[in-house]
Design a protein around this ligand. Structure first.
Ligand code: GDP
Length: 303
């Protein structure tokens, strides 16, 4: 399936390392856990998450009196899923939409992470689900951003509301909302500029855009999705921290997971940021976006 294929680099690397480990240490001991820790950290699972997992594993191994390392493999998946959801319901991974009216989704992220591509893919997917979709070209800052969104709009077969480069993003979003209302559109996807260099500007701009959205549509934005490049590891985590401080992020779109063996970053982001991953990008084609499912992800790592 598409998810498994897209995650192949992470999967094959992780599976072979864990299998080697199990073969090396038939019995579960201190050294086994130390090496497991290294494997997980090298897959970008994140130090905090790894520590939590190892602690949970050691307790579980004691509790169940597990001696055989092969058996620990099953417990790893179990515990990783538990850590992923924490106290939250499993529906946190689903896109929260207003089912009987306009839904507005704000999309934020730094240039180059795959923001435009992800908006195009998401538009296509929502359309496939029978929803009508409109895009608002709110990144008026980066040269070429509007044209690029237009290209993706055409690919997905959805219209783009735009102004000229350099114009006020909040004004574009406002027009997008009016157009969405008058056309009776189901979902409006709003692109924004991602200027991390100047955090105050970023905050002000996002606040202004959000104010327009929440004033014009009750309960909106229904989602604020942060797009992160899965191949950038700790950098993606630090971007998540910055955006989390600048605005309320409700979900993550993690791109380019097809290009890395370090897909464990999904777990780090969820656990260390407290934000669920809603979609993963697994390629450059319009259909290469998958809703994220922690069960499928974790159990896929061992299959
Ligand atoms: P933006 O600047 O954030 O809008 O980034 P773009 O959407 O222009 O994407 C930057 C580059 O990443 C492009 O070459 C995309 O084709 C590529 N890209 C985006 N998402 C993915 C993905 O999931 N997998 C791969 N392999 N490439 C991707």
């Amino acid at each position: 399936d598409k998810f498994k294929d897209g995650m192949e680099k992470t999967r094959s690397s992780f599976t072979s390392k864990v299998n080697d480990l199990v073969a090396k240490y038939r019995k579960v001991d201190e050294e086994f856990f130390e090496e497991l820790e290294e494997i997980l950290i090298s897959a970008d699972v994140g130090v905090e998450t790894v520590m939590e997992l190892i602690e949970e594993l050691e307790m579980e191994v004691k509790r169940r009196n597990i001696q055989d390392s092969e058996q620990v493999k099953e417990v790893i998946s179990e515990k990783l899923v538990e850590i992923y959801y924490g106290d939250d319901d499993e529906s946190i991974e689903k896109l929260q939409l207003n089912e009987d009216g306009l839904s507005v989704i704000l999309v934020v992220g730094v240039n180059g992470v795959g923001k435009t591509t992800s908006i195009g893919k998401l538009a296509n997917q929502l359309k496939q689900e029978g929803k009508s979709v409109l895009l608002a070209a709110g990144d008026t800052f980066r040269a070429g951003a509007i044209d690029q969104l237009q290209v993706w709009g055409e690919r997905a077969g959805v219209d783009v509301i735009k102004h000229s480069e350099g114009s006020d993003p909040a004004a574009v979003i406002y027009d997008g909302i009016q157009a969405a209302k008058s056309r009776g559109v189901d979902v409006l996807l709003c692109d924004t500029a991602g200027r991390l260099q100047n955090k105050v500007n970023l905050m002000n701009e996002l606040a202004k855009v959000k104010k327009v959205i929440s004033r014009e549509v009750e309960g909106a934005p229904h989602e604020t999705l942060l797009v992160l490049d899965g191949t950038t590891g700790q950098n993606a985590l630090s971007q998540a921290k910055t955006f989390k401080e600048a605005t309320d992020v409700s979900g993550i779109v993690l791109t380019k997971l097809d290009g890395t063996a370090r897909g464990g970053i999904v777990l780090a982001i969820r656990n260390e940021m407290g934000i669920p991953v809603k979609y993963v990008g697994l390629g450059e084609q319009v259909t290469d976006l998958q809703p994220f499912d922690a069960h499928q992800f974790v159990y896929g790592l061992f299959g």
